[in-house]
Ligand binder design. Structure first.
Ligand code: UN1
Length: 509
């Protein structure tokens, strides 16, 4: 496992880090397990309550200095981290594949996503624009400016163990915030590797403490971060169930939360669709990352006239998918993350059968070490409970429709609202899907699948997906506080709305 040494991981790692490069780990041991083999990759000593406090205190102290560093200079720090990531893309991509089980090409792709958002953030560091307005009062200047918000907690999931942190951390850093990362305890080594890179760069550039890491083993310590009034923003990626609790707790203390929760993403295959394109996009969307992306395709809503042909094509495509060690070339699907994920997948398959659905292919576990299941196609109904919730695995429901309006209703007829796609070769139908009466999701694509979004757009979704927007576009605003400023440079004190309020004026009576 030379890649671990190349990433600075030697022996047992420590689960909390605050600058300058101070590694702490007074909590219990956490094992990092390769889900493809069940073997141990390494161990991490989790952060204790005292360690978490040290990380938060450091982020609070570092914020005082960082907020006054000019934003373009903050951007240069992110640029330097991006350069280090470029140099280590292969090593880190390998660790991502080994620790979370996605195939090496997707592991590398995830590191590329970090590099892309670093580049984006560097540009953004010179574009933290505020508007100016014309005041209604003479000799007054009115404008808004964006200030750094404070130390930000970034809680990430196992399935994107490095990229989602980067979306948040790089934008937050150029915005002038400091960052406390609470990664999934299922992928601690990825976080430790990235933290080593941050430490090296930020110490060299004289800004230690901007990026901190806390990997606690107990839920109570993660909750303490969520409840901490010193952290004005909590960015959370994970299930809607946990996201709801995070949102409630943060709201209780008037904090802000940025929630990126469950998806239940559908591809609509219209009567006019190119089935070659649609099939390829569906297979990548449903099987990529073994169906463990929040953007994974979970439902295919297909025009009844194409149902037989599309399901035939999908069944043949599924039979061709090579499943195995994510590090082997040619493998397209790796394992699920752990035993619990396999259980949830099997329960969902059993529930489809119980409700009268047909399993067209797959549905079983694969007998080999690790947590492998078969990619599975089911003929299901949209309103079934098992279709209404997100099963984090390669289970795809096929649902027929007759009219486009019905297809849009089915697309929108789930509690989640992250990603959606329409395959179609008819302009008016495509525009209908993208219109205000179309998809209700945060992402709506035409002739592109539901997963694999670029970082340039704002990423996130509606309803139980949580409403947050991360990564590109103007997502940076979530990491800053807006201040409206009015300067009176005349010698008078005119009041807005024409109000007269004069001391010593003669009384009307
Ligand atoms: C996630 O699954 O949490 O759009 C993020 C995509 C990736 C990001 C997924 N760029 O599929």
């Amino acid at each position: 496992m030379e890649y671990l040494i190349g990433l600075g991981i030697k022996g047992e790692s420590h689960g909390a880090c605050c600058g300058p490069g101070r590694w702490l780990g007074g909590g219990p041991s956490l094992e990092s397990i390769n889900p493809a083999t069940g073997t141990r990759l390494g161990g991490v000593r989790a952060a204790s309550a005292e360690d978490c406090e040290a990380v938060v205190a450091e982020a609070v102290a570092a914020f005082r200095a960082w907020r006054e560093v000019p934003a373009p200079e903050r951007g240069q720090c992110v640029r330097a981290i991006g350069e280090e990531l470029r140099a280590r893309k292969d090593l880190l991509g390998t660790l991502v594949a080994a620790e979370c089980g996605k195939i090496k090409a997707e592991g590398d792709g995830e590191v590329q996503e970090m590099i892309d958002i670093a580049d984006f953030a560097v540009g953004q560091s010179r574009m933290l624009y505020g508007k100016s307005m014309h005041s209604e009062r003479p000799r007054h200047r009115m404008y808004e400016q964006w200030h750094p918000l404070g130390p930000v907690a970034v809680i990430t999931a196992f399935n994107f163990p490095v990229a989602v942190w980067a979306w948040n951390a790089f934008i937050a850093a150029v915005a002038g915030d400091t960052v406390i990362w609470k990664p999934s305890e299922k992928t601690p080594l990825c976080a430790v590797a990235v933290q080593h890179i941050c430490n090296r760069v930020m110490e060299r550039l004289g800004h230690p403490g901007v990026f901190g890491l806390a990997i606690p083993a107990e839920r109570a310590l993660a909750e303490a971060l969520v409840d901490d009034p010193r952290l004005p923003l909590v960015s959370f990626t994970g299930s809607s169930g946990v996201g709801r609790r995070v949102g409630e707790r943060v709201a209780r203390r008037f904090g802000r939360s940025l929630l990126e929760c469950s998806g239940n993403n559908a591809v609509i295959v219209d009567g006019t669709a190119d089935l070659d394109l649609a099939t390829r996009a569906i297979v990548f969307g449903a099987i990529g990352t073994a169906g463990q992306r929040c953007t994974s395709t979970r439902r295919v809503i297909v025009h009844r006239s194409r149902l037989a042909e599309l399901s035939g094509r999908l069944v043949s495509a599924y039979a061709e998918v090579r499943i195995g060690d994510p590090m082997d070339a040619g493998v397209l699907m790796g394992p699920l993350i752990d035993r619990g994920a396999v259980e949830a997948f099997l329960q969902a398959v059993a529930r489809v059968r119980e409700l009268g659905g047909e399993i067209l292919c797959g549905g079983r576990t694969i007998e080999r070490p690790g947590h492998f299941v078969e990619p599975t196609l089911a003929r299901s109904e949209n309103q079934w409970d098992v279709v209404q919730r997100e099963t984090f695995g390669p289970l795809l429901h096929l649902i027929p429709f007759d009219t486009l309006e019905e297809a849009i209703e089915l697309n929108n007829g789930v509690p989640q609202g992250l990603s959606s796609a329409l395959f179609c070769n008819d302009l008016a139908r495509a525009e209908r899907f993208l219109s205000a009466a179309g998809s209700d999701c945060g992402i709506a694509n035409v002739n592109i699948g539901t997963s694999g979004a670029e970082i340039g757009g704002a990423f996130g979704g509606e309803k139980e997906t949580g409403g947050g927007r991360e990564a590109g576009s103007d997502a940076w605003k979530a990491y800053m506080r807006r201040q409206t400023t009015t300067v009176n440079w005349g010698g008078e004190l005119p009041l807005a709305q024409g109000i007269r309020f004069e001391l010593g004026a003669p009384r009307a009576d």
